[in-house]
Design a binder for this molecule. Structure first.
Ligand code: PMT
Length: 402
């Protein structure tokens, strides 16, 4: 039910924390990947180690404990998640969120996240019914958060009341239903789009490789645009850019890895977009040991890699194939040739000799060569805008192809 979803589980300090451990397991059983952040008070009830062992991910509790130098942990978690679940959510954390406070790891990440927020309040009956809590929850709901109704029953305080942590089955069911509703409906709703991005790396030895200047930006913008049009997106990436929210990703290194990942996804793909700069050649033999310096030249024999787009073009049944052409001359001729030879439905040609277009820049300028329509010129614009327009024409052509 939660297949491929990335859930950030924010655990705040109440007696129900022990139930959140079981909830994390349920999310994982339903196919989600779970990362946990806890407040210091939550960690008083159950050790972060319990969550770490259950989720196989490090548990974050301290804003200033930066474990990976290339990322800021609370922003990374905020950006990573498809859904932010606060369970149990205490009156204190709810109040902080309503007022935009960011004084610990949990509240800082929650203030930074753009993922949908799902709140599971669990607290003493009188705290839950206090006008401050009621108003704060209403405010969060108004801003788009989903607020669960706590269970009524025997509370830890020894009396009956509303405020109990709901059964995990109800939480999973309500979360799943809500996330489905939250998914945007658009012209690509129900379609599965596979996008490749980045430059592959071809190993010469354990410390040396051959690659190219592709940053992955063009592919990532296309993946985001497809997601925003309602598609279920799988991003097969050779780039180290962080994966955008709301999509599944497969990290690959070489052209062969990318070929295997695309082949695996292809049967369940409706639209394949090959924006990656896949190496055409790879060292015929890669050494397991670092190659030592010798006198004289080093000759590396290169073997051809598989042409992924061409192979998928041969295998295709009803998939819509978008390829790219990175050219420096004879653009139209080469692009038209690729359209035919690779059995693609569209070739996006970029002149990579231009300063603001192609590799490792934020903008692009392209021509769309289409099987089902006239050629379209898209003048220099941000890659986001170019990606949106490419998909707009692809949707049009897919309608024509039926
Ligand atoms: O990542 P950025 O920095 O944003 O840069 C974007 C880009 C310049 C990489 C992108 O816009 C682009 O042009 N991508 C394709 C680069 C490329 O490999 O072009 P090509 O003309 O060599 O290949 C033609 C098509 O065949 C491409 O869709 C490519 O993905 C595909 N191909 C190439 C080789 C191979 N072995 N298998 C393939 O499937």
């Amino acid at each position: 039910m939660l297949d491929g979803k990335k859930i950030a589980l924010y655990v705040t300090g109440g007696i129900a924390v022990y139930k959140a451990a079981d909830l994390a397991r349920s999310f994982i059983k339903e196919g989600a990947e779970v990362k946990v952040a806890m407040t210091k008070s939550a960690a008083q009830f159950v050790s972060p180690l319990t969550f770490q062992i259950l989720t196989k991910n490090a548990v974050m509790t301290n804003t200033f404990e930066e474990t990976e130098p290339e990322v800021v942990n609370h922003i990374h978690l905020a950006d990573w998640a498809d859904a932010a679940v606060i369970a149990p959510a205490t009156a204190n954390t709810i109040a902080k969120l309503a007022n935009g406070l960011a004084d610990n790891f949990v509240t800082s990440a929650l203030l930074a996240t753009t993922a949908p927020i799902f709140v599971v309040p669990a607290m003493n009956k009188n705290m839950y019914e206090h006008p401050a809590t009621t108003n704060n929850l209403a405010l969060l709901k108004e801003r788009g958060a989903y607020i669960m109704n706590p269970d009524t029953g025997f509370l830890a305080e020894g009396y009956e009341g509303k405020g109990r942590f709901p059964e995990k089955e109800r939480i999973v069911k309500e979360l799943t239903g809500w996330l489905k509703q939250e998914q945007v409906s658009g012209p690509l709703s129900g379609k599965r789009v596979t996008v490749t991005a980045g430059g592959t790396k071809e190993r010469i030895d354990p410390v040396r490789y051959i690659t190219n200047d592709s940053s992955g930006k063009m592919g990532y913008r296309l993946a985001e645009a497809a997601r925003d049009l309602g598609a279920t997106v799988r991003l097969i990436t050779a780039s180290s850019l962080p994966v955008p929210n709301g999509m599944e990703s497969v990290a690959v290194e070489s052209a062969q890895d990318m070929y295997e990942a695309v082949s695996e996804a292809f049967d369940s793909t409706d639209v394949l977009i090959m924006a990656a700069a896949v190496s055409d050649y790879t060292p015929a033999k890669s050494s397991n040991q670092k190659i030592k310096k010798n006198t004289g030249n080093l000759i590396i024999e290169m073997a051809q890699t598989k042409d992924i787009l061409k192979e998928m073009g041969q295998q295709k049944t009803d998939q819509f194939l978008i390829g790219f052409a990175a050219e420096t001359q004879n653009i139209e001729e080469y692009a038209q040739r690729k359209l035919k030879e690779k059995n693609a439905d569209m070739i996006v040609a970029n002149d990579v000799s231009k300063e603001d277009a192609g590799f490792n820049v934020d903008t692009n300028e392209v021509h769309l060569y289409r099987k089902e329509g006239e050629t379209i010129y898209l003048p220099l614009a941000d890659k986001k805008e170019i990606a949106e327009k490419i998909l707009q024409y692809a949707v049009e052509d897919m309608k024509k192809e039926g």
